[in-house]
Design a protein around this ligand. Structure first.
Ligand code: COA
Length: 375
């Protein structure tokens, strides 16, 4: 008999520092004014375009984002720096990424009622790894005292759902009893805080889920994984060219392609139908009518995208709470977004209720996880 797998615990680490749109725009506009003053002559003779100020109203209307959490607020908001200042750590300390991942993982373990001795591995699934190796996942495994194996994987904003499918498959195959999928995202490090089109998009956070065989799950908020589906389709519309073959400091000055860059409009237009069709095809294959889904925990990149997808899937406007939004408080937290929504808005549902976790992002990549509440 095939082992049925459940998500039996979730965890969320939220950094202590928040930046409101007002603070963000004030710092950005000071940077713009200083830049334009410093380059007054070139701007006047037409050899350099003037930079344009950002606006709080635009950000809320275009994205639904009102605030974001960050690991370092000071460097990010200093108009002369505009990048997070997160000191490198000596080799005898675990990375910042692993540290926030551990905090989320500990919560997921506590929720599931599991200790390190019950768990056989860790997948660190995130889009912004702090270094190439040793793996952040192995640091997390070490810090938690878990025996077994751990590895990192990166599928950009879709990393969490790809990690969930990988973990569920390994548990089903008998390669592990329980696995942690951890999504620490320090998105402030890859964001170009000097770019008006995208400076408001991202925030920092860490999430974690614990997966184990459904028949041993003891948590009062355990969700059986009914099915998972993954999809990728090449696109240049979201890119970050930073890597170890181009090691100049990625501070965005003069080399913005070593930070996050996107064609936001194209992403919007291409990804909305791709994801809506994928959800409809996946639920259809399982004989589930979209209206049977009690909740959609969608990737959190843009409120208008989420509204479009929910409307296409449900065939009507989502009612309050049906497709929860955490963007206003957290902004886009890459792979962690849909898991934050799931963590915060799943306990109120009842045994037997169906829901869907869905991620989408660079690659393009998209993942759907259909879940049914066990207890
Ligand atoms: N403040 C004020 N105005 C701004 C601005 C800012 N910070 N940034 C852009 N604008 C202006 C533009 O100059 C443009 O003005 P124009 O019409 O006079 O030329 C106008 O606002 C519209 O710009 P546009 O970039 O087309 O905005 P948009 O409505 O597409 O919204 C995004 C931008 C990024 C919020 C939106 O495209 C989006 O979310 N796309 C999907 C992103 C996504 O999911 N990415 C995945 C990442 S994982």
């Amino acid at each position: 008999m095939t082992t049925s797998v459940a998500i039996s615990g979730t965890g969320l680490y939220t950094p202590p520092n928040a930046i409101s749109n007002e603070e963000l725009v004030a710092a950005f506009n000071t940077f713009v004014r200083r830049h334009n003053d410093a380059h007054h002559a070139e701007i006047a003779d037409g050899t350099m375009p003037a930079l344009t100020e950002s606006s709080v109203e635009f950000i809320v209307k275009a994205s639904g984002i009102k605030s974001r959490y960050v690991i370092d607020k000071t460097g990010t908001l200093d108009p002369a720096v505009m990048t997070p200042r997160i000191p490198e750590r000596p080799n005898d300390q675990i990375s910042v990424l692993a540290e926030i991942g551990v905090a989320a993982a500990q919560q997921a373990m506590a929720k599931a009622g599991r200790t390190a001795a019950d768990i056989d591995g860790v997948i660190c699934a995130a889009s912004n790894m702090q270094r190439a190796y040793p793996a952040m996942a192995i640091e997390i495994q070490f810090a938690l005292g878990i025996q077994g194996f751990a590895f990192d994987m990166n599928v950009a904003c879709s990393s969490a759902t790809f990690g969930i499918q990988a973990a569920a498959d390994m548990i089903r195959a008998g390669h592990a009893r329980a696995l942690l999928v951890v999504n620490p995202e320090i998105c402030s490090g890859h964001l170009n805080w000097r770019d008006r089109d995208s400076h408001f998009i991202f925030g920092d956070v860490a999430t974690a889920v614990l997966l184990e065989a459904a028949d041993v799950a003891e948590s009062d908020n355990a969700w059986e994984i009914v099915d998972t589906k993954l999809k990728t389709q090449f696109s240049n519309n979201i890119r970050n060219n930073f890597g170890f073959l181009n090691r100049t400091a990625p501070d965005g000055v003069g080399q913005p392609d070593k930070l996050f860059v996107q064609e936001g409009r194209k992403v919007f237009k291409e990804v909305v139908p791709m994801v809506a069709d994928m959800i409809l095809a996946h639920t259809g294959e399982r004989g589930i009518a979209p209206t049977q889904l009690k909740r959609l925990w969608l990737h959190q990149a843009n409120i208008n995208m989420n509204d479009f997808i929910a409307r296409r899937v449900l065939g009507r406007d989502p009612v309050a709470g049906e497709s929860p939004i955490i963007l206003d408080e957290y902004a886009n937290t890459s792979s962690a977004g849909s898991i934050i929504a799931f963590h915060k808005y799943s306990e109120d549902l009842s045994a037997g209720d169906l829901g869907l976790i869905c991620s989408f992002g660079a690659g393009y990549s998209a993942g759907t996880v259909i879940v049914r509440k066990l207890a």
